[in-house]
Write a protein that binds this ligand. Structure first.
Ligand code: AGP
Length: 613
């Protein structure tokens, strides 16, 4: 997933673009570059490597001017290198482009342009964009029309920003499909463009989220938005409530550590305004739910990717247990191609932190195509998933910068719990007494999460014991079985240790052969309805020489007597227990990765939001 920053105004664009790119570092990248219009010419600096390399280039060979645009690249076509880094310049040297996405028809476009005598200087698909724009400019179009024609000729999903030295009073940009968003920031006599809010939040809180197949002409004085077909659009200006500090690490060493510890606040935020503890009721007005609509739902299909999918696996159990509505969780990359059996009586519920994950958006589109009601649980304000939903519950956790998702796992657990209570209440399948009891349990969340976090030093000691393991099994049952998958994913993606989450009850059907003295086994065994089953699981693992690390409820001496190490969590009602059992596993993965000296916030090969297929 690439990062884009643009600026047009009276100030020198170079420092504004560079600082903006720094705020997008979490998106992961392998090269970076920027371009400004300086004394009527386009100046470019770009190279492979981290942003520090680009900063060195700029310091060594300064460039000053406005407008300007910058880019951090996560390579899809063309290896990470200076020649493939964005921005890309056209043959005339008067037009430059930065791009996020894939030009799916770039080979045929490249052949056509080559046949016209165009010489390509990179291996990227992106370069065809700037040559196409120049092709239309040469036919007499101005930049806006040349850009529009180009945007309509390229296939695939894109976020594109163009500058021209011949028309330095404007920046032209577009969003086509789901290749990561484009946000326009409205300043005083200056305006901004970015892939994500943190890049421009220090300059403005007033933003416009470009929608798919929309283009914008951004000048110092304002923004004009229209469709690719030329229809004028009156854009909605959104005021961003969280502050720039929320997108900073503060006193923490990594964003991931900060976000793990933010979960007391983020869960308080996701509850805020939705729970009436006096009445024992839940309100989710964004879903526009009525008793009739709730009563007519035949089935709910939850769809998501990665950590969000594991949160959906917990939600599936909560929704079925509380509402008795049939509920399934389908991995989005499978659901989108499965010709699913859903119709107008069904709900497709997408979960996505970024709201821009290509597979999840495609799964939502498949649900819509089949007539289903689209709901979503999303963190990123203004994201595509939020916009295409019939109703969307905001996670309200504030920005999640670390690639490894943490607070965007626990927030949807609580959001789905609240949704289940509301649905059960509206359908009449929940007595008032039960409803009040379930709502009352939500009051415990901030305290139990804070107490789980207080065990961090003990977790760190266990991390030292496990830092050199090569494999690790995570086992859970029932409501905590998905936590086994999530705990394993956390370890995999930031420490690069092979880890496997598995349903504990399934071990005897083969995988138990894996257990020996070299196979540590994390057993999630809190006081929940499956506690006794997990006790026997711990005994089975010990009997085969496995080292057992148990997640256990404070005071559970039985587990302590059996396991080699214990990750303590406070007592918690079983339906909400995944909110606390996941915390020591987040901390364990974090500290193992730190001890191993790895790049926790930007793990190799990963991006914060996977906006390509
Ligand atoms: C989890 O730590 C990963 N970052 C990844 O699995 C992520 O959860 C997945 O890509 C879904 O992202 P989303 O929530 O933004 O849709």
């Amino acid at each position: 997933m690439c990062g884009i920053v643009g600026y047009i105004g009276p100030r020198d664009a170079t420092p504004i673009v560079l600082n903006g790119l720094k705020k997008l570092e979490y998106r992961g990248y392998d090269s970076a570059g920027l371009a400004v219009i300086q004394d009527g010419r386009i100046e470019i600096r770009r190279d492979a490597g981290k942003l520090s390399r680009l900063t060195e280039l700029v310091n060594g060979s300064p460039l000053h001017g406005t407008p300007g645009v910058g880019h951090t690249r996560w390579a899809t076509h063309g290896a990470p290198s200076a020649r493939n880094a964005h921005p890309h310049l056209g043959a005339t040297g008067r037009v430059v482009v930065v791009h996020n996405g894939i030009v799916e028809n770039f080979l045929e476009l490249r052949d056509e342009l080559t046949a016209e005598g165009v010489e390509f200087n990179s291996d990227t698909d992106t370069e065809v964009i700037v040559h196409l724009v120049e092709h239309h400019l040469a036919s007499g179009c101005d930049l806006v029309e040349a850009a529009r024609r180009t945007f309509r000729e390229i296939a695939g999903a894109h976020a594109i920003v163009l500058l021209s030295a011949d028309e330095p009073d404007k920046i032209v940009c577009a969003r086509i499909g789901n290749a990561g968003g484009l946000v326009l920031g409205m300043g005083e006599g200056e305006n901004f463009i970015a892939s994500d809010i943190p890049a421009i939040l220090e300059h403005t809180r007033q933003v416009i989220f470009l929608e798919s197949r929309q283009m914008a002409v951004v000048t110092r004085s304002g923004v004009e938005v229209e469709t690719l077909e030329g229809a004028q659009v009156t854009p909605k200006v959104t005021l961003i409530s969280w502050d720039a500090a929320a997108a900073e690490k503060g006193e923490y060493r990594h964003f991931m550590q900060k976000e793990i510890h933010e979960q007391v606040r983020s869960l308080t935020e996701t509850l805020a305004g939705r729970v009436d503890f006096t009445e024992g009721s839940i309100s989710l007005p964004e879903l526009n739910l009525t008793p009739e609509l709730a009563g007519n739902i035949h089935k709910i299909t939850i769809t998501a990717c990665g950590t969000a999918a594991y949160a959906g696996m917990v939600g599936r159990q909560l929704i079925e247990s509380i509402t008795r509505i049939p509920c399934q969780m389908e991995i989005a990359s499978e659901f989108r191609y499965s010709d699913p059996i859903v119709d107008q009586h069904d709900v497709v519920l997408a979960i996505s932190q970024s709201g821009e994950t290509a597979d999840t958006l495609a799964a939502m589109e498949e649900g819509r195509r089949k007539g289903a009601i689209l709901w979503s649980i999303v963190n990123a304000v203004g994201s595509q998933a939020m916009r295409v939903s019939n109703g969307s519950i905001s996670m309200q956790t504030g920005p999640e910068i670390g690639v490894a998702s943490t607070k965007a796992f626990t927030a949807p657990l609580v959001d789905q719990y609240m949704l289940a209570i509301l649905l059960g209440d509206l359908r009449g399948t929940l007595s008032e007494k039960t409803r009040r009891a379930l709502v009352a349990d939500l009051r415990l969340i901030p305290d139990v999460v804070g107490r789980a976090l207080s065990h961090e030093e003990e977790v760190k000691k266990i991390a030292w014991e496990l830092k050199d393991v090569r494999d690790c099994l995570y086992l859970g049952r029932g409501i905590n079985m998905p936590v086994a998958y999530e705990g394993a994913l956390k370890l995999k993606e930031i420490s690069y240790i092979h880890a496997e989450g598995y349903p504990a009850g399934e071990m005897k059907h083969g995988p138990i052969a894996l257990i020996d003295e070299n196979m540590p086994v994390v057993c999630i065994a809190p006081k929940d309805p499956w506690h006794d089953k997990m006790i026997s699981q711990i005994q089975q693992a010990k009997a085969r020489g496995g080292t057992v690390i148990a997640v256990a409820t404070e005071g559970d001496e039985l587990v302590a007597s059996l396991a080699d190490h214990v990750l303590w969590v406070p007592e918690c009602p079983w339906m909400l227990s995944p909110v606390v059992t996941v915390i020591p596993l987040q901390l364990l993965a974090y500290h193992i990765a730190v001890i191993r000296g790895l790049d926790v916030d930007q793990p190799r090969n990963l991006a914060k939001s996977v906006t390509v297929e």
